[in-house]
Design a binder for this molecule. Structure first.
Ligand SMILES: [Zn+2]
Length: 273
């Protein structure tokens, strides 16, 4: 091959890679805890409003049309799931199929006080749940800059999302994030651009940072040993958010990374490059 032909071949390869990157969709996995990519035939320049269980979903441009990126709750039964698409003619139901996914079970032993909570701790957890609920309901109109991210901490991430958990022999809520094991003090970076929605110290999640990426896509970083950002701060992909730790309920130093879409925890793995 001549040098010129090689350059042309390389240029078209890069163009193809660029085109693939431009769409930047997460991987589709229509299972409980997964993401459905729903192509919508809606003319015009205004994204159609789509709601799943009363919560507005992320909608991104796809050439001439639109794609709703719908988070599927872990508790969704196998079968049809319905979303409402709002157009000029009112709400139109659209159904899609949710397939089965068997998540593994995980048994953990923690201090009894972290499972059987005192009245005081229960009251604290209830207050904190309300704060988290409000944060996850936050909607900002600017769409995310990217939907394919680098992990917030390099290293081995477990496929622990969705695991059914047994604490000290008792079944509890499933695991709603991805755990990345790393030494205490390892920097945690924002995997994508966004705005710091909230920071705080919570009973279960310890030192926690919430980032709003736009249109209801919100990421959460837990058990941090340090928090280096403040609410309202704009962050870029790669901005340091804090450091890995084991604050809150954790059996060892790790990052618990969780991702909420239309008020639903989804598997962060689907958003990794
Ligand atoms: Zn976790």
């Amino acid at each position: 091959m001549t040098a010129k032909r090689a350059r042309v071949a390389l240029a078209s390869l890069l163009a193809a890679a660029g085109a693939a990157q431009a769409l930047q969709l997460p991987r589709e996995s229509a299972v409980p805890g997964g993401v459905k990519l729903l192509r919508l035939e809606a003319p015009g320049d205004v994204a159609p409003r789509v709601e799943a269980d009363g919560h507005r979903t992320l909608v991104v441009r796809d050439g001439e049309g639109w794609i709703a990126v719908v988070g599927i709750p872990l508790s969704t039964p196998v079968g049809d799931m319905r979303v409402e698409v709002f157009g000029a003619a009112g709400a139109q139901p659209v159904d899609f199929t949710v397939a089965d996914k068997r998540y593994l079970a995980q048994s953990l032993t923690v201090a009894p006080g972290q499972v059987d909570l005192s009245a005081q701790d229960l009251a604290r957890v209830k207050r904190e749940r309300a704060v988290l609920d409000r944060a996850l309901e936050h909607w900002s109109a600017a769409p995310p800059e990217s939907l394919r991210w680098f992990p917030p901490v390099p290293g081995v991430h477990s496929s622990s999302f969705g695991m059914r958990r047994v604490f000290n022999g008792e079944a509890r809520n499933p695991h709603t994030g991805m755990d990345i094991a790393a030494a205490t003090g390892t920097p945690v970076s924002s995997p994508a651009a966004g705005t710091v929605l909230d920071t705080g110290n919570y009973f279960f999640t310890g030192n926690t940072v919430l980032i709003d990426h736009g249109e209801g896509l919100i990421s959460m970083y837990c058990h941090l040993s340090a928090i280096d950002v403040q609410p309202g701060q704009r962050v870029a992909a790669g901005t340091r958010l804090g450091a890995v730790g084991m604050t809150g309920r954790a059996t060892g130093p790790h990052l618990h990374w969780a991702l909420s879409l239309n008020r639903t925890w989804v598997d962060p793995e689907l958003f990794l490059r």
